[in-house]
Design a protein around this ligand. Sequence first.
Ligand SMILES: [Mn+2]
Length: 214
Amino acid sequence: MYQRIAGKQWRHIWLVGDLHGCWQPLMAELKARKFNPYQDLLISVGDLIDRGAASYQCLGLLNETWFAAIRGNHEQMAMDAVDNGDMSLWYMNGGAWFLDSAPAIQADIKRLLQKCHQLPYIIEVDCESGLNIVAHADYPSAEYAWQKAVDPQQVLWNRQRLSDHFAGRHVPITGADHFWFGHTPLQERYDVGNQHYIDTGAVFGGELTMVQLQ
Ligand SMILES: [Mn+2]
């Protein structure tokens, strides 16, 4: 469930919001930041696929040595669909690109989705900006701890903490310097205390948010 990344192994570490198939915008952002694939690391907050123009290319990022990701609810839906043969939930949520792909591409997508079973729910990055925790929707606990058992469904789907923030009820999380989440498209990134919400709806015409952790 947890993966640990040591910052000292990398020059720069970048975090990117929900891609949802926005491969071209990602390449443009990496180029603008002079991202070096031999020295730098890019971490995704999950939801690489569905809705956008290039889900297959984004899923293929899992093959790159300079790329790390946690799992999003869209990767989970895709894995579940392929594993149990019931495609309906995934297709309703932007998964039709799989059906529209040629048979050889579908076979490769299935191989990549097998790789997704290895994706952690939570990545811990210890680097120059401190102890950074990355999860897709929420870290469903009042205090972070390495390897603490938390509800995986809540990690992938929970919007309650963010709703509470918008209602003026700011529920903190202790145990790390920063918490980074995606999942809920916002007009602009939302920072409250040590919590940061960076899905700025790139696939819906918004910006693709990138953050430098180191
Ligand atoms: Mn999501």
